[in-house]
Design a protein around this ligand. Structure first.
Ligand SMILES: [Zn+2]
Length: 265
């Protein structure tokens, strides 16, 4: 009888241990990034490469919906070939949670600093678009020339890295530079980076992809328009009104851009 009781006790303990182990696994599974968010991020990488906003360089991230202090972004690689397995999680300081030996982007602090400074921002794109570069170095401000780029508002501010850190290699390599960039961004949707590129922010992955693409298109159109004569830009009031209208239909081009890049892995 006593032996049977001990046997039952051992069985109960084993069961409890198994349940504990299962709970541990479940906890790990719960902490894994949201699959839909990972899918959106892979599409964003592929779309931005397809639209020539990103080439071998640049990156796109999303604030982690399961832990808003963290964000998701690919390991260091060309955006056009990113797959689900390449998406890593980063903490609020821009360090990977578990990179498993894989290299990460040196400019990840752009993302970390902006997520810290702007609770409203849910997604970020950093691009070196050649069409935007002239506006970062000439003093000619990037203003919205049409309703599609109304998010540029009263003009994109410019981040001057020299003011923040003197002579550098131009890259945002630490949180101090990231914080300075976030300060230049302020409450804007886009900040240009002198002699480097730009950063677009948005309230979701489709919106930030839209903004990154139309920032580049606006730069092209503004340069063309300036050759024809004086440019009449959208006024701040027109920009505000047009932004509301366009934000409501961002999903339309998003679905088109997804279809263009086809199936993702
Ligand atoms: Zn860069």
């Amino acid at each position: 009888m006593r032996k049977v009781k001990i046997g039952v006790l051992i069985a109960l303990c084993a069961g409890a241990l198994a349940a504990y182990a299962w709970a541990g696994q479940a906890q790990v599974a719960t902490a894994a990034p949201d699959p839909k968010q990972v899918e959106d991020l892979v599409y964003a990488n592929r779309i931005l490469a397809d639209q020539d906003v990103l080439d071998g360089f640049g990156h796109v991230s999303a604030r982690d919906v399961k832990d808003p202090s963290r964000f998701l972004m690919a390991r260091s690689m060309a955006p056009g070939v990113v797959t689900r397995g390449d998406i890593l999680e980063y903490n609020s300081e821009g360090e990977p949670i578990d990179a498993r030996g894989r290299a990460v982007y040196s400019e990840r602090y752009i993302h970390a600093a902006i997520y810290r400074a702007r609770p409203d921002v849910m997604a970020i794109v950093h691009s070196h678009s050649p069409e935007v570069i002239p506006f970062t170095v000439t003093g000619t401000a990037l203003h919205p020339v049409y309703h599609m780029s109304a998010f540029l508002g009263s003009g994109a501010p410019i981040f001057e890295i020299r003011d923040a850190a003197g002579m550098t290699d131009m890259l945002v390599r630490d949180n101090k530079l990231g914080d300075a960039l976030a300060k230049s961004l302020g409450n804007s949707a886009v900040v240009l980076m002198r002699g480097h590129g730009y950063v677009a922010v948005g309230n979701a992955v489709p919106q930030v992809v839209f903004r990154a693409i139309y920032t580049q298109i606006n730069a092209r159109l503004q340069a063309q328009a300036a050759q024809l004569g004086a440019v009449k830009f959208l006024s701040p009031e027109e920009s505000a009104k047009a932004s509301v209208s366009i934000d409501a239909v961002v999903s339309r081009p998003w679905e088109l851009w997804k279809a263009r890049v086809g199936k993702i892995e």
